[in-house]
Design a binder for this molecule. Structure first.
Ligand SMILES: Nc1ncnc2c1ncn2[C@@H]1O[C@H](COP(=O)(O)OP(=O)(O)OP(=O)(O)O)[C@@H](O)[C@H]1O
Ligand SMILES: [Mg+2]
Length: 383
């Protein structure tokens, strides 16, 4: 059986009789089921899963190298929601129990002729329903062109507005690991941070994930760590895995990525759907913006520019500015320091009547592709 690019189902079958039986049953429908039997060892299986991200695995329990619990965690660290169909040569109560306890979705034993195909169809159909009902959440990052341009403020408010507009599950994750303040601003103290998600990557599931989050005004918040040293710097692939998992749990995943082209922002870029660069009109900030745009050239289709704290009258038109920066301005937000100061002091986002809040709503509507609810337009710089 030849390898296919993106199998939905991968087989790992060491027992020669079980393998023969399973392959005899599956060969005629292998293509239709998008099935690939993996011939290598356990490590090469992990690599193959990582690269092809199938939805389910047909796992011969005798081919598992370690304790089944650990083995299934290893598999799910490659594909967080992988469904496991456990196969065994006989119906041993002890193996059935341990397979189910370890999180297998099905347990099948010889003879497989009548039960294998229906079980696979059931599992893949369930996976279809899950992915169409939960969808694939969008990941949106906010990065400040230099310190203090407003990435955190914009990320928090856009997250709040996206949730309010779409009524969908929204995560605000603070990936500004060295100096994240989302949880301080929103007054959502927590003992957990994104580092705990990373530490527990191999056993992340819905309930553990929920335990790591705090809730505020309809938003799920994952804070930055309170203490961070360079020894805590996350493994970049694991960080991307956490984001891939977050996508399965939320419709919107909003990331505060801190400032400048830092290593975290660069590491997660390939997982992100849109990266918003937040800049002010200060020369140094615009210079930082150009440096980032230049540095991320290869991924430039994901980049959008947001101008923050724009004055009511600008020395340069947006059109001219877009020409200088080499791309259109996605949004321009007015300056309202006092209102932000007051709302943060009480641990809240801006009141919806506030002019700046209304512009956050317009920005969120544009991102979500929905019409904003009509509000009186007191401030409009760029339509
Ligand atoms: N549109 C705005 N009008 C007025 N003040 C703003 C605006 N946006 C942000 N600020 C203020 O600017 C300061 C910096 O904002 P914020 O912390 O969001 O920026 P940042 O880019 O995340 O900064 P850092 O680099 O420290 O992470 C804060 O005091 C915030 O209240
Ligand atoms: Mg910030």
């Amino acid at each position: 059986m030849t390898a296919i690019t993106n199998p939905r189902l991968v087989g790992f079958l060491a027992d020669p009789y079980l393998r023969m039986e399973a392959l005899d049953t599956l060969n005629p429908v292998a293509e239709a089921m998008s099935f690939e039997n993996h011939e290598g060892d356990w490590n090469s299986l992990l690599f193959r899963l990582h690269e092809s991200k199938p939805e389910a695995i047909l796992l011969d329990l005798s081919s598992v190298p370690a304790d089944l619990n650990i083995a299934i965690r290893q598999l799910r660290s490659q594909v967080p929601r992988l469904k496991v169909i456990a196969l065994h040569s006989s119906a041993e109560p002890q193996s059935i129990l341990s397979a189910m306890r370890a999180g297998a979705s099905e347990y099948l034993h010889s003879p497989l002729a009548d039960c294998l195909q229906p079980a696979i169809t059931r599992i893949l159909d369930a996976s279809d329903t899950e992915s169409s009902s939960s969808g694939r959440g969008k990941i949106i990052g906010f990065l400040s062109s230099k310190g203090g341009c407003g990435a955190t403020t914009v990320a928090c408010h856009v997250a709040g507005e996206l949730q309010a507009l779409t009524k969908k599950s929204t995560l605000l994750a603070d990936l500004d690991l060295t100096s994240g303040i989302v949880s301080f601003l929103l007054k959502t103290p927590s003992s957990y941070s994104v580092l705990d998600a990373l530490k527990n990557i191999s056993r992340l599931d819905e309930s553990l994930w929920k335990a790591l989050l705090t809730e505020k005004a309809g938003l799920s918040v994952m804070p930055a760590p309170v203490v961070y040293s360079r020894w805590d710097h996350p493994d970049e692939e694991q960080l991307r895995q956490v984001l891939r998992f977050a996508r399965t749990q939320h419709d919107w995943v909003i990331l505060d990525l801190g400032r400048s082209l830092n290593s975290i922002a660069t590491a997660v870029l390939e997982e992100i759907d849109h990266l918003f660069l937040v800049s002010t009109l200060e020369v140094v900030a615009l210079h930082g913006l150009q440096t980032i745009v230049h540095g991320l050239f290869a991924q430039s289709d994901k980049l959008q520019l947001v101008l923050n704290r724009t004055p009511k009258t600008m020395d340069i038109s947006t059109h001219e500015l877009a020409k200088v920066l080499g791309r259109a301005i996605y949004a321009a937000l007015p300056n309202d320091y006092l209102s932000l100061y007051q709302s943060y002091s009480s641990g809240n986002l801006l009141d919806s009547k506030n002019v700046l809040a209304q512009q956050f709503k317009v920005l969120a509507s544009k991102i979500a592709g929905v019409q904003p609810a009509k509000t009186k337009k007191k401030f409009a710089l760029f339509g």
